[in-house]
Each structure stands twice: as structure tokens, then as C-alpha cells.
Ligand binder design. Structure first.
Ligand code: PRP
Length: 212
């Protein structure tokens, strides 16, 4: 069995914070991480391979075992419901999921529409609220939907609140706080337990230090 540890990293806003955390945990990661468009970066000194995936795809790589470990937002974990272990809250990229809309929004009884990148999560949320809505799946720039009349409300990530503000939208309901997690393939966790536990241990020390 290969003792190479393959880690799926999310490209985009979580990436830099996750790399910083790994470096603080003592992993010697090359500058290539920030300055390259390569999708596979080998770090032979650490016996590690990093694959750079779309954030929403990280749990897929880990579930299929082509990555042993991944860094994924809780939002992605809720949406994707993959068969992976969630072993550590890295407490980075903190934000939350919310329902937003135009100011003065009043609930419509007929055919309310909600746009989101998270159709499963949004469906589940409105079911729990006892409200029947039509979910419209979008892949980004969700805030556009109520402005242009595609949907009445959105379910999306709020970080600084700037995007909502600049587009004249207001938060209507808070759904759930979000941070990034370390996820692990169940088979890898058994076969590479020592390496994975060591990594989780080193990262958890840094997470604790960062909170102080
Ligand atoms: C995310 C999210 C919001 C925005 C929130 O989008 O979907 O649009 O960030 O951040 P803020 O509260 O700090 O303004 P992202 O930038 O990832 O791009 P996307 O619209 O393509 O999903």
C-alpha cells in the first residue's frame, strides 16, 4: 500500500487559510501552492500529494478514495451528504448561511421561488420551516436572482455582508454557522490511521493556538 497521503484542497477563498494552517502545523509546502495553476502538487518531502478541486467537489474526491483527506466547508458537507468522516473543525473561513431578499419582503403564498447554490440544503430548510417553495439552482452570483426577478429570496453564504449590502438585499433568516472541516475517507482512515491521526493532531494544536 502506498504511504502517500493525498489531500483534496478547495480552490478559492478557503484555500489560503487552509495552506497557512498546514504550514503552521509544520508542513513544508512549496511556494508553488500560491503561484501555480497546477491541479496536482506533489510534496515528496512530506510524502504528500495535494489535489486542487472546486470546493463543492472535495467530498466527492474523498468519498471515492482518490483523496484520503479533504478540506471542506460545512455548507458543502450539508449539501453533499457524502459518506466521509468529518474529523476536525479547522475553525477557518467562518461565515454563515442565510435567507436573504429585498427589503420589505413579504412571504408570498403563491409560487415562492428561492435561488441557491445549495438546492438540497435549501429544500431541507424550507421543509423544516413548513413552507413550500420552488428552489432554483444557480452556480454563483446568487444575489442577482432577486434583483432581476428570477427568485424572491436566496439561500447563500454571508461572510462580511458586503455582497448583500452592495446589492441592496437584506438578511431575512439565519440558517447555520459555517466553518471548514477536515474530512477523511473511511477506508483511508483504517489503512493510513497513523499518518492521518498525526496530521489531525498537529492541526488541532494549531487550531487551539489560533483561538487563544
Ligand atoms: C460568496 C457568497 C456570497 C459572498 C458573500 O460568493 O455566495 O455571494 O461570497 O461574501 P460577503 O458576505 O463577504 O460579501 P463567492 O464570492 O464565493 O462567489 P460566487 O458568487 O460565485 O458564489
Amino acid at each position: 500500500m502506498s504511504d502517500l497521503l493525498t489531500v483534496a484542497m478547495p480552490k478559492g477563498r478557503i484555500f489560503e487559510e487552509a495552506v497557512e494552517l498546514l504550514r503552521k502545523a509544520g508542513y513544508d509546502l512549496p511556494d508553488e501552492f500560491e503561484n501555480s495553476r497546477k491541479l496536482i502538487i506533489d510534496v515528496p518531502e512530506e510524502k504528500m500529494r495535494f489535489i486542487l478541486a472546486k470546493p463543492m467537489d472535495v467530498p466527492t474526491y474523498v468519498e471515492h478514495g482518490v483523496a484520503d483527506i479533504g478540506v471542506a466547508g460545512k455548507d458543502v458537507m450539508i449539501e453533499e451528504e457524502r459518506d466521509v468522516y468529518e474529523v476536525l473543525d479547522l475553525k477557518i473561513s467562518a461565515c454563515y448561511l442565510a435567507v436573504a431578499g429585498l427589503p420589505g419582503y413579504a412571504k408570498k403564498d403563491i409560487n415562492p421561488k428561492v435561488a441557491s447554490k445549495y438546492p438540497n440544503l435549501a429544500t431541507q430548510y424550507f421543509k423544516e420551516q413548513g413552507e413550500q417553495v420552488e428552489i432554483i439552482k444557480l452556480n454563483g452570483s446568487i444575489e442577482l436572482a432577486p434583483l432581476i426577478g428570477l427568485a424572491d429570496r436566496i439561500v447563500d453564504i454571508v461572510s462580511t455582508g458586503q455582497t448583500l449590502k452592495e446589492n441592496g438585499l437584506v438578511e431575512l433568516e439565519t440558517i447555520v454557522p459555517i466553518t471548514s472541516r477536515i474530512i477523511v475517507n473511511p477506508v483511508s482512515y483504517r489503512l493510513k490511521d497513523e499518518r492521518i491521526e498525526e496530521m489531525v493532531e498537529r492541526l488541532s494544536v494549531v487550531v487551539e493556538e489560533e483561538l487563544r
